[in-house]
Write a protein of this length. Structure first.
Length: 212
């Protein structure tokens, strides 16, 4: 069975932009879709997003790095991965992830692989996220990091958690961040396979508008 997702866009006969913010845009498209008596035009609201990257770092003791961050939209302190927006034009995605790992957590990694690609909320947003597996991780002294953490990132505890413990927390419903959940489970599956089949850090994204 072919389980590959297929890029496809159905015909759109109209589009309205309701809001454009610093990161997000809210749109409503009039899309031609199948109906009981032939094609019909229906409205679909969605949010456009520049995309993001995340990193699940694994150390030699089999632990993963998690950060606790406040998320206002869901009113929670969530355990998450180091992650950030794709906000530098032309920057390789693993380089974006490398920068976020340094800025948010204070670590560098010597070995990078692509772990998973996800649409976080495909029913309402086009946000696309690539998660990298980072290994051979070393801490970087704060004095060498040219970045000041503010707002949600100002007080963001970082902990190393055994992968098995992280999996247990996910399956117990204690960890809710979609990126962390998918990455923890994917890493557990990858490790069980001896990391066979991991993709290169520059693996194509398969984006219709051109691979990043």
């Amino acid at each position: 069975m072919d389980l590959r997702d297929i890029p496809e866009r159905w015909p759109t006969v109209g589009s309205t932009e309701y809001f454009k913010g610093r990161i997000l845009t809210v749109r409503e498209d009039e899309v031609v879709m199948p109906g009981p008596h032939g094609p019909e035009v229906v409205k679909r609201e969605y949010v456009t997003h520049p995309g993001a990257v995340g990193t699940i770092a694994l150390d030699e003791q089999g632990r993963v790095l998690l950060l606790r961050q406040y998320r206002h939209a869901c009113a929670h302190l969530l355990w998450e991965l180091p992650a950030g927006l794709r906000d530098v034009e032309g920057e390789p995605l693993w380089r974006t992830a490398e920068r976020e790992l340094l800025e948010e957590a204070g670590y560098r990694a010597a070995t990078w692989h692509t772990l998973i690609d996800t649409f976080q909320t495909p029913g309402m947003s086009d946000e696309r996220v690539r998660v990298f597996l980072a290994r051979d991780v070393t801490p970087v002294p704060a004095a060498e990091i040219d970045f000041v953490r503010v707002h949600e990132e100002a007080d963001m505890p970082a902990v190393w958690v055994p992968l098995e413990e992280a999996v247990t927390a996910v399956l117990a419903g204690e960890v809710h961040n979609a990126l962390a959940v998918s990455a923890v489970l994917a890493l557990a599956a990858a490790r069980a396979r001896g990391f066979a089949g991991l993709r290169d850090r520059d693996a194509p994204t398969g984006e219709a508008a051109g691979d990043a």
